[in-house]
Structure formats: structure tokens, C-alpha cells
Design a protein. Structure first.
Length: 200
């Protein structure tokens, strides 16, 4: 008996857009409330949303993932999470590689053997690719440092209006709310601006 259907969407950072994966899940008929989006590295030990989902999943539920590296970014993690879900009798559907779906009509010994081999090969490829990405990033940072480039976000340029407004606020010519209106910024942004100008 089939249960609820869920979709797991994961991107590694807040800068990455999850919309493409969400659209793919919705195309499977999954309601948006059952699409779990986490913006966290697959190597993270926290992954609160993912672990909360796994805890909720029960036998007969269906979990869609785009590919197996949504479960984790390393070999052991992928294999461990795959069998953890399978042991709960959760049906796993892999959009990019449907042959891995655990609700195959054919469940012969040879077919299960082939699927297991493919799973382990793809888990190896996922970690290997992750290692290569990290090596390229480390190489790029090293080259940038050698070339004398400053890393990280460029420092924000303070405008004349910002300096003038902060000066008026500090001299009590205008109040806090007026300063926010003039600069069209939030409280936290204004406090940061105050700190930057005071330090310079």
C-alpha cells in the first residue's frame, strides 16, 4: 500500500538556486508542502530538515530525489542513507537514473545485483567529483593568494549620503527612524553602516 509522496531538494549554499529541482518535483505531482528544500552541504552532519524527513517517512512512502548525491556527497554517506531508507521500506525514486528506483517490476536476483553495482559506482563518482571540486577550489585560492588578490567580498563603498546621514544621526540632528527612511535600509544595515563609519 502506497503512502505519502515527498521530494528532497538540496543545494549546497544559499547562493545556489533550488527552483529547477523544485519544478522537477512538482512535475511528478508532488505537492509543494511535501517538497523539502535544504540549503546545506551533503557533507554536513547537521542537515536538520533531511533527518526530520527521514524520521517521518514510513513504509510505503515514496521519496523522490533528482540524483543520489542529494542523499550525501560522499560514498559512505550515500550508501548508508540509501540502505537506511530501504530498511524502512521507503520507495526511492531517482529522477536522473530511474533504473535505481526501488519499486522496479523486475526484482530478480540478477537485476538487484546490477542495480547494487550501479549504485556503488555512482556513489563513488559522486564523492570523486566532490573531491575534484574541492581540489580545484583550493588550487584557485592558492593561485589568487600568490597573485596577491584579496579574497572574499569587496568592501562596500560608503556613499556621501550615507556619511552625511550617519553624521546627522550622531549629532542628533535627525532621529533613528528618519535616518532609516532617508537611506531606505533596515535597522541591521544601518547598525552595520554606523560601525563601518565609526571604524574609519
Amino acid at each position: 500500500m502506497l503512502g505519502n509522496t515527498y521530494g528532497l531538494v538540496r543545494v549546497s549554499t544559499n547562493k545556489q538556486n533550488e527552483e529547477r529541482q523544485v519544478v522537477k518535483m512538482m512535475e511528478q505531482g508532488i505537492s509543494k508542502k511535501n517538497i523539502i528544500v535544504e540549503k546545506e552541504s551533503g557533507k554536513s552532519k547537521v542537515r536538520a530538515k533531511y533527518h526530520k524527513l527521514v524520521k517521518k517517512l514510513k513504509a510505503g512512502d515514496i521519496l523522490y530525489i533528482e540524483n543520489i548525491d542529494r542523499l550525501s556527497r560522499d560514498y559512505d554517506g550515500i550508501i548508508s542513507e540509501w540502505y537506511r531508507l530501504a530498511s524502512k521500506n521507503v520507495i526511492i525514486k531517482v529522477l536522473d537514473i530511474p533504473i535505481l528506483d526501488t519499486d522496479q517490476k523486475s526484482d530478480s536476483l540478477i537485476f538487484r545485483f546490477i542495480r547494487n553495482i550501479l549504485l556503488h559506482i555512482l556513489a563513488f563518482q559522486a564523492e570523486n567529483e566532490w573531491i575534484k571540486i574541492k581540489e580545484r577550489q583550493a588550487g584557485g585560492i592558492s593561485v589568487a593568494k600568490t597573485d596577491g588578490k584579496k579574497l572574499g567580498r569587496p568592501k562596500k563603498m560608503i556613499t556621501r549620503l550615507e556619511r552625511k546621514t550617519v553624521k546627522q544621526y550622531l549629532s542628533q540632528e535627525i532621529d533613528f527612524d528618519t535616518a532609516l527612511v532617508i537611506l531606505s535600509i533596515k535597522k541591521s544595515a544601518f547598525y552595520n553602516l554606523l560601525k563601518i563609519i565609526k571604524n574609519t
